[in-house]
Design a protein around this ligand. Structure first.
Ligand code: NAP
Ligand code: HSE
Length: 456
């Protein structure tokens, strides 16, 4: 018995899904049971990579959701509205939903899960995080016996593609971003990728699953790669590090939280220096990787293509097959499987991270004079921050030169003498590091704290 699929969107992901449904040979036999019955697009005249019968296409996504021939709604149109309303409309009609839309799930996941539970329908989201990497179902099911300590990873393909090509080829940021858009990796508005918002949506979803309760999306500290200086990528490489956009969710404390107490989490997204031997450092191009650390499993890493038509469609179709399989054995009359449906069993609260401990990379513009490094070292020492390495590079551009020569009190004969000093600290508590940095910024030798990046 065939199962009717309604597709909302026929862009990168939608076309990838339609292509799988159109060629079931060699795949799981259930794929052949899935029939594309209606497809919503914005522009009927737009050329498509695959030919669909004209009567399948509609510019009304509501009509697709409401069509009685559509039994499973697949939302791959993106954006917040009307996507959220369409998902709720499908649920209200008793239709299960598959979506790749992390922006909607990170913000409205609680509302959608409650509506789905009330109606007894599944809303599955495997494609929302990690593209083709199975990570949502493993977190919900295979790792359910663990206490999760940390989930961290590279979960935006566009920025990893950009950073990899900048590091490997010295490619220009704008050119590589244009390539990522052409390849279908970037969001409709790529600001979500390069400013870190897409990764923040995804870590909110992963943390919600790992820790058992919704994570307030708006509270996630987020910094993208759009203000990253190529010089820091180059200096990091010279010092044995690679720079990646890393998203992390970490619980504070180690034992089991008291019953009924919220769990405290530090959740953040920012460019991070990784030692070259770190498991995430070797993740290149559009690939993503997610490292899950739990008790008793230890470290498990999930790796694969994080964006693009084929990988994302692979995850979407897996969700459709899960739902189709349940229907084949008699539907969900007995209630929803709590390991497949989104379930929430506690509150998560975000902490500000000032007590988190990590290494740091700092680049300073300074005057090039005797004693400067000593004075910087004293500021770190006074705040209890231990230095792992301190390296002086020659200032190479007009910015540092101008700052150095115009610095107040610049001594006769030393005007124009300038340096770039890069410091890597040992692991230290964030607030101690900030205290040291404030003192350093006040030194008359220091013209600018030019960059400051977390380091694993
Ligand atoms: P896309 O290429 O921009 O495609 C969006 C599709 O939705 C287009 O076919 C568009 O129609 C249609 N659409 C948009 N608004 C519509 C409306 N109001 N009414 C009817 N049709 C509408 O986007 P995408 O890259 O496939 O991404 C889709 C979703 O998957 C997003 O939530 C994205 O975050 C997520 N996702 C994407 C990837 C990826 O690698 N691209 C990976 C994982 C998750 P037209 O074609 O006529 O413009
Ligand atoms: N724009 C997203 C990325 C798509 O680059 O990771 C996959 O979610």
């Amino acid at each position: 018995m065939t199962i009717g699929i309604g597709l909302l969107g026929l862009g990168t992901v939608g076309a990838g899904v339609a292509a799988i449904l159109a060629s079931p040979e060699g795949r799981h036999p259930l794929v052949a049971e899935l029939e594309l019955r209606r497809v919503a697009v914005r522009d009927l005249s737009r050329p498509r990579p695959l030919q669909l019968a004209a009567e399948l296409l509609s510019t009304s996504p509501e009509a697709v959701v409401d069509d009685p021939a559509v039994e499973i709604v697949v939302e791959v149109m993106g954006g917040l509205e009307p996507a959220r309303s369409l998902i709720l409309r499908a649920i209200a009609a008793g239709k299960p939903v598959v979506t790749a839309n992390k922006a909607v799930i990170a913000r409205f996941g609680e509302e959608i899960a409650a509506a789905a539970a009330a109606k007894g329908v599944y809303v599955l989201i495997e494609a929302a995080v990690g593209g083709g990497i199975p990570i949502i179902e493993p977190l919900k099911q295979s790792l359910g016996g663990n206490r999760i300590q940390r989930v961290s990873g590279i979960i935006n393909g566009t920025t990893n593609y950009i950073l990899s090509r900048m590091a490997d080829e010295g490619a220009a940021y704008a050119d590589v971003l244009a390539d990522a858009q052409r390849l279908g990796y970037a969001e409709a508005d790529p600001a979500a990728d390069v400013q870190g918002g897409d990764a923040a949506d995804k870590i909110a979803i992963l943390a919600g699953l790992a820790y058992g309760g919704p994570v307030p999306r708006a509270g996630i500290a987020t910094e993208g790669i759009d203000r990253l200086d190529a010089r820091d990528v180059a200096y990091a490489a010279q010092l044995g590090f690679v720079v990646k956009l890393v998203a992390t969710a970490e619980r504070l404390g180690s034992g089991a939280p008291a019953p009924g107490e919220p769990i405290s989490l530090d959740v953040r997204v920012h460019p991070t220096l990784l030692p070259k031997q770190h498991p995430l450092a070797g993740v290149h191009g559009v690939n993503n990787a997610i490292l899950v650390e739990g008790d008793p499993v230890g470290q498990v890493m999930f790796y694969g293509p994080g964006a693009g038509a084929g990988p994302t469609a692979s995850a979407v179709v897996a969700d459709i097959l899960n739902i189709a399989g349940i229907r084949q054995v008699g539907g969900s009359e007995a209630g929803l499987d709590p390991l497949l449906a989104a379930s929430s069993w506690r509150q998560c609260e975000l902490v500000d991270g000032s007590s988190s401990r990590h290494r740091n990379y700092v680049r300073l513009h300074t005057r090039d004079e005797a004693g400067v490094i000593g004075r910087i070292g004293s500021c770190f020492g006074a705040a209890g921050v231990s230095i792992q390495s301190i390296v002086q590079f020659e200032a190479r551009d007009g910015e540092a030169e101008a700052e150095a020569s115009s610095a107040e009190g610049s001594a006769e004969g030393s005007a124009g003498a300038k340096a770039e000093i890069v410091v890597i600290t040992h692991e230290v508590q964030e607030d101690q590091f900030r205290q040291a940095l404030a003192a350093i910024a006040n030194l008359s030798d220091v013209t600018k704290v030019a960059a400051c990046l977390r380091t694993l």
